[in-house]
Structures are given as C-alpha cells and as structure tokens.
Design a protein around this ligand. Structure first.
Ligand code: ZN
Ligand code: ZN
Ligand code: ZN
Length: 174
C-alpha cells in the first residue's frame, strides 16, 4: 500500500483544489492519490476495505466517469469476483456510505469521489459529450438553495445538484 501523504491544499473545506476531470492531467497519479486517501481514511475509521470494495473503487477511479451498478458487476464477474448483483450493490453501498463514491442520480450511476474524507457537498458537472463527471465546490450553491427554500418556509434536508452540459473539450469541438 502506498502510504505517502497526499499533497492537498490545507485550506480545503468544500475543496478548493480544482477537480481535474476536465483538464489534461496525469490520471494514473490522480487515481493513485484518491485511492491512497481512501485507504488512509478507512484505516483511520477502522473500517475494512475488503478486496471487492477496493476493486470497485479502483474500477470507478479508472476514469472521471460514472458507471452503473451493472457495468461494475460485469467487470467484477470478468475478474472472478462472482456474478451475483448483491456483490456489486453491497460494495457500492458501502463505498457511498463511507463517502468514497457519489451516486449520480441523473445517470443512475456511481462516480468515485475525488476528495474523500472532506466534508463537501459538490455540484456535479456531467458532460453529455464524453460522460466525464467533475465535482465543483457547491457551498455557494447550497447557501443560495437554503435561502430560496427558506423564503418559502421550507427546510432542505438533502439536495443534490447535477448539471448536464459540455466540458471544455467537447464544448470546443461542438
Ligand atoms: Zn484524474
Ligand atoms: Zn466528492
Ligand atoms: Zn466532454
């Protein structure tokens, strides 16, 4: 296990480190960072990242894209983890509970969290051209939502903001 601490901006709440999904970057490095942060977090929480849980996280970390539970299951089955849907669902549920993956409701799919362990309520930016998913800081959006709801006497318990559109590369190609 790579236990090198990951360089991450200390002033991180809500994450000030820009999500790399839409930029040219060394993704192998990026995925390794996210995985080792997730592993450190599980260790600190005393929770076991079993082989199947870890493998599901790695599969989701292969790209800044969301995958459906069946895509994950097919990969697991091809790798000899068994082909029973609960295997994939349980691992995805666990990873979501631990904040290591996000459920992207609009796509009925899951994406690896690129800021595991940080308290954050991201806004998801989903490219309809290439299916990349990026997390943008959502604190300001949350404040605006609370305000809009508060004006109607409504208390928000849970809100997920998912925006569909074009990433810089797909936008430039359009
Ligand atoms: Zn990356
Ligand atoms: Zn996240
Ligand atoms: Zn795109």
């Amino acid at each position: 296990m790579d236990s090198t601490p990951i360089p991450h901006d200390a002033a991180c709440p809500g994450c000030e480190v820009p999500d790399l999904a839409f930029s040219d970057h060394d993704h192998a490095d990026c995925a390794r960072d996210a995985l080792s942060r997730a592993e450190a977090l599980m260790l600190a929480r005393g929770v076991r990242l079993t082989p199947v849980r870890k493998r599901v996280l790695q599969i989701l970390l292969e790209a800044h894209q969301a995958l459906g539970a069946y895509d994950v299951l097919n990969r697991l089955a091809a790798e000899g983890f068994g082909n029973q849907p609960p295997v994939a669902y349980r691992a995805l549920d666990f990873l979501e509970e631990q904040g290591l993956v996000h459920r992207i409701r609009r796509l009925n799919a899951f994406a690896a969290c690129m800021h595991p362990g940080e308290a954050h309520a991201p806004v998801f930016l989903i490219c309809t051209g290439c299916q990349l998913v990026a997390e943008a800081p959502g604190a300001a959006v949350g404040v605006a939502l609370d305000q809009a709801a508060g004006n109607l006497g409504f208390t928000i318990e849970r809100a997920t903001v998912e925006a569909m559109g074009l990433c810089p590369a797909c936008g430039a190609a359009a």
